[in-house]
Design a protein around this ligand. Structure first.
Ligand code: KG4
Ligand code: ZN
Length: 345
């Protein structure tokens, strides 16, 4: 529900503009405080990068330059506010593609400088996990979160707002990256996650017993063994001139990824006595992952929360939410803020 400008101003709440350009989505959002989203505009470049089978960094940067002004204008107009109403600006400064990050960052810096309002640099991963605050208004730390995206796979203890303890991460490929690579190997295209999910619905997820890397029940993840196993399976079939049932390969692969992610998250929550697990990042859009984690959550009396799909994949509302909590924690950045492509949480 979008409030009118006067209603917002009368409440004297903090209004912020958030900007996200770390990969192939140019996005801008307007928020009131951290959890109320007045607009969330996303211009995706998927169609442009599809023909290359993945994101081409230079093309992404050029597209961000073309789109950013339009996206910001749309975010303001949908929120029914003007630049003068802004109290601060949040912007992603990493991790991501450096050229892509620099577009949003430079834009945000110029805007903050000209308006004379504070600038808050936001970690994209913190943005992803914050998407749950927008959807679940009562959600408060502490809780455990599983962040699964194209670039990251992390199990994190959220001790408080802006206070994290990383339990584990991926030792090789991120979960989304694995979806994208297997999709390419099966000739299904980019981005792999949604395509594999769709085709898996017609397949048997027990057809092929692909390996699950539990790494002795620790909190780290590894998907490269699974990836090699799927690629070997495909190559063997091709060499023997045998038919590959793509639906079965996709479903069995997806099940192996989902099994590891869901079981590890539940195991960590039990060991650390968390009663809530939140799921976030592009792979959190996966229907089977949501289903499996929810099933295991029910069995173990752990509450499972995830954002709507639009807040799972890259967007600026999540950046605005993380930016707000950083802002009220006193974080301020200046004109020297640079893009940090390998920024950690
Ligand atoms: O969070 P995100 O939009 O960008 C990064 O920060 O990386 O995540 C993109 C990733 C891609 O690898 C994409 O294949 C995956 O999320 N993804 C999915 C689904 N939708 C997007 N993976 C599995 N199932 C989905 N439904
Ligand atoms: Zn992301």
């Amino acid at each position: 529900m979008i409030d009118t400008k006067n209603e917002i101003i009368n409440k004297k709440e903090l209004i912020s503009l958030a900007i996200e350009s770390s990969c192939d989505e140019t996005a801008a959002a307007v928020l009131v405080n951290g959890r109320k989203v007045l607009s969330n505009i996303i211009s995706t470049q998927i169609e442009t990068h599809k023909k290359f089978g993945g994101v081409v960094p230079e093309v992404a940067s050029r597209k961000h330059i073309e789109n950013i002004d339009i996206v910001v204008d749309e975010a303001l107009s949908e929120a029914n506010i003007t630049f003068d109403d802004l109290d601060f600006i949040s912007v992603t400064y990493g991790p991501g593609l450096v050229g892509a990050l620099l577009v949003g960052l430079s834009y945000a810096k110029a805007l903050a400088f000209s308006l004379g309002v504070p600038l808050v640099g936001v970690n994209h991963i913190e943005g992803h996990l914050s998407a749950n605050y927008i959807e679940h208004k009562d959600l408060e730390p502490p809780f455990l979160t599983l962040i699964v995206s194209g670039g990251h796979t992390n199990l994190v203890e959220v001790k408080n707002y802006c206070e994290y303890n990383i339990l584990g991460g991926t030792r090789d490929d991120a979960s989304g990256e694995a979806f994208d690579k297997i999709s390419r190997a099966l000739g299904l295209g980019y981005p792999g996650g949604p395509i594999i999910q769709k085709i898996s619905e017609k397949g048997n997820n027990e057809a092929i017993d692909f390996p699950r890397a539990y790494l002795n029940e620790g909190y780290d993840f590894s998907f490269s063994g699974l990836k090699s196993s799927v690629l070997n399976y495909i190559n063997n079939k091709k060499m023997k001139n045998e038919e590959i049932i793509v639906e079965d390969v996709a479903a069995s692969f997806q099940e192996a990824v989902v099994d590891v992610l869901a079981n590890k998250a539940i195991h960590a929550a039990k060991e650390k006595s968390y009663k809530t697990i939140t799921l976030s990042g592009g792979v959190a859009a996966n229907k089977r992952l949501r289903e499996k984690l929810s099933e295991l959550g029910k069995e173990n009396n752990i509450d499972i929360k995830y954002p709507p799909i639009v807040l799972c994949t890259d967007n600026a509302a999540m950046i605005g939410c993380a930016g707000y909590y950083n802002y009220i924690n006193g974080k301020r950045d200046n004109m020297k803020l640079n893009a940090v492509p390998n920024l950690k949480l």
